[in-house]
Design a protein around this ligand. Structure first.
Ligand SMILES: [Zn+2]
Length: 192
């Protein structure tokens, strides 16, 4: 039986010019080295970075474990979520758009792993259905964020001043999403 805390360090050679380090999702390490790096160079690189590897491998394992334990939504639940989300987002966008004095175009709800929302320059909005599972303030914070891109297509202080005008608690709920967002995304079925 292998020790659960044992970390495998794999050496991958490539055309790169420097030695680099990568932690895999399952909490092991990959040392990426140029073809011409000697065994001794690689070994001393690993020795110098042992603490870093241990720390980050442990974090990756913890994340992997949490992901594994998170109950996944079934396709039926997910489709239901999208239907609910369509209504909720339409309603929240309709509430905040006049407060900000902006217009918008189409609202699309997606089940996706990569982002919470987006806004095109034509005012087409898209939102992640999983936000319905977060506190309502979090959903609102994403709605306001995207609508504010109708005023500022950037993340400048002017952009955040617009957010502040209608949603002063923005920072708090944005922080919530940064902290808990991964757990939310982990609820997507693995084939999604
Ligand atoms: Zn943005």
């Amino acid at each position: 039986m292998s020790d659960q805390n044992e970390i495998t360090v794999r050496v991958v050679r490539s055309k790169r010019k420097t030695i680099g380090l990568h932690i895999t999702k399952d909490g092991n390490a990959e040392v990426r080295a140029p073809y011409y790096a000697t065994k001794g160079e690689i070994e001393s690189f690993i020795r110098e970075n042992t603490e870093w590897i241990r720390k980050h491998a442990a974090q990756a394992r913890e994340r992997a474990q949490i992901a594994e334990q998170t109950p996944k939504l079934s396709q039926t639940e997910l489709n239901h979520l999208v239907r609910v989300a369509r209504k909720v987002f339409a309603e929240r966008v309709a509430y905040y758009a006049p407060l900000l004095g902006v217009s918008y175009n189409k609202i699309t709800v997606r089940k996706q792993r990569t982002r919470w929302g987006s806004c095109t320059k034509d005012g087409n909005l898209s939102f992640n259905a999983l936000l319905v599972l977060a506190p309502p303030e979090v959903l609102d914070s994403v709605v306001v964020h995207e609508l504010c891109h109708r005023l500022e297509m950037n993340h400048s202080p002017r952009f955040y001043a617009q957010i502040d005008r209608v949603f002063p608690d923005y920072k708090k709920w944005d922080k919530w999403l940064k902290k808990n967002g991964d757990a939310l995304l982990n609820r997507l079925p693995s084939d999604q």
